[in-house]
Design a protein around this ligand. Structure first.
Ligand SMILES: [Fe+2]
Ligand SMILES: [Fe+2]
Ligand SMILES: [Fe+2]
Ligand SMILES: [Fe+2]
Length: 429
């Protein structure tokens, strides 16, 4: 990140944008936890304790800031893992070849978020080992940035804390793992810090101590650049992470957002409203990250219980979106994307005009993409067939006005829209 003149910076900084960015990143961390099946704010815990340890050993405010975001997002590369990795014991799983990729995937994702290049490197190296036996690059000793060592240590500590409630078990398991894995100086500092103070985690978070760090002032200086729509960029990355959970929906949310926006434009919505519908499209399936893959990818018919889980996802999407203040007016759009025009949809059985128009648009865009993309149990349908289905259910499932606008978009325009939508956020899954 090039150093900028302070006077210049203040011209770019808008407190509002900065707040949005932070809110979205926090929600992204929540999504990661959900997808991982953690209920314990793991990313947040790691972020807080890493900053605490970083401060304890005297890192600069800028390093602390990079460390904080790295901590929040360090597990983002795991969201797309296949289901067989779900049941591996934490202390064995580092030997799984799939797992060894996650720091690289995490780096690829986080480096696309505005101002988080440095954080993405910390993530790349959070499994490097002091003795050179780590991954992905086998770095050794001081070649591993101290921030990455701190992140690795706090990660292990938080996992161990949640898995082994019994302190003796914890010591027995942790001892051999820490040995050789971290710099002896760092381990010593960590021990010293734990003797002196309580560890910062989400549940005992001390706001005053946080203010003292001055991290917010660094954000002021680092976030803004001209000509970049940070809000959208961040949301697109968010959409990617949501889709990664489900093997067969890569790019789905991005495509739904783009198509929904185009439909809204053809229905003469003002630009800002069309953009809002697009953003709701990016996030409409956020609630799906909490559904196990064995249900999401099941080829056969679902049991009642399984179907219940599926039906809960729009409500979960809405709940998640609501946690981000600047997005809270998108929650309703996501909640109702599976309502049907005739009132037989879910979760609320709304009918016709009761369904927000943005949700009626999303419903058509969502179906079109779901039908035309490959699934676990079938190849994607051709454009023509998908159109016929949508026409057939116009008035029953879909709003006829929306269908009419949708039909104005030719097949090649849609594929162009889709290619464009997926651009610039390519990830290495
Ligand atoms: Fe990791
Ligand atoms: Fe972790
Ligand atoms: Fe959905
Ligand atoms: Fe969807």
């Amino acid at each position: 990140m090039p150093r900028r003149n302070n006077a210049l910076i203040s011209q770019f900084i808008q407190g509002e944008e900065r707040r949005k960015f932070k809110d979205i990143i926090k929600a992204l961390a929540l999504v990661i936890d959900l997808a991982e099946g953690y209920d314990a704010q793991h990313g947040y815990n790691v972020a807080l304790s890493a900053v605490q340890l970083g401060k304890f050993i005297g890192l600069s405010v800028q390093s602390l800031r990079n460390l904080f975001y790295a901590g929040l997002l360090h597990d983002v590369g795991e969201v797309g893992f296949p289901k067989e990795t779900d049941d591996i014991d934490y202390f064995d799983w580092q030997f799984h070849p799939y797992i060894r990729q996650h720091p690289i995937i995490g780096e690829a994702i986080v480096s696309q978020l505005p101002t988080l290049k440095e954080s993405s490197k910390i993530i790349r190296w959070h499994h490097e080992s002091w003795d050179g036996s780590g991954y992905p690059d086998g770095l050794k000793g001081d070649n591993i940035p101290v921030e990455a060592q701190i992140l690795g240590l706090c990660d292990i500590f938080d996992i161990a804390n949640s898995v082994y409630h019994n302190m003796d078990d914890l010591r027995q398991k942790l001892g051999p793992i820490l040995k050789g894995r971290f710099s002896p100086d760092l381990l010593e500092a960590f021990r010293k810090m734990l003797n002196e103070t309580e560890l910062w985690v989400a549940k005992n978070f001390d706001n005053a101590a946080w203010q003292d760090l001055g991290i917010d002032s660094v954000d002021l200086a680092m976030l803004m650049d001209v000509n970049v729509d940070y809000f959208n960029l961040t949301l697109k990355t968010f959409a990617h992470v949501i889709d990664a959970k489900h093997e067969y929906t890569k790019g789905h949310s991005l495509r739904v957002g783009a198509l929904a926006r185009r439909i809204a434009e053809l229905m003469n919505f003002p630009q800002e409203e069309a953009a809002r519908i697009e953003r709701a499209g990016f996030l409409h399936d956020a609630g799906k990250v909490g559904i196990p893959r064995c249900i999401l990818d099941k080829p056969g018919p679902l049991s009642d219980v399984e179907y219940g889980r599926i039906k809960a996802h729009p409500g979960m999407s809405a709940a998640l979106i609501k946690t981000v203040q600047c997005l809270s007016d998108h929650a309703g759009l996501a909640r109702h994307h599976h309502e049907r025009f005739d009132g037989r949809g879910y979760p609320d059985g709304l009918k016709g005009e009761q369904i927000p128009i943005g949700s009626r648009i999303l419903a058509v865009a969502d179906t079109y993409d779901a039908m035309t993309s490959d699934r676990a149990y079938r190849k994607g349908l051709p454009d023509k067939v998908a159109r016929e289905e949508i026409i057939r259910y116009s008035g029953a499932m879909y709003d006829p006005d929306v269908v009419e606008a949708f039909l104005q978009i030719a097949a090649d325009e849609i594929s162009q829209l889709f290619t464009e939508a997926e651009k610039g956020t390519y990830l290495v899954y």
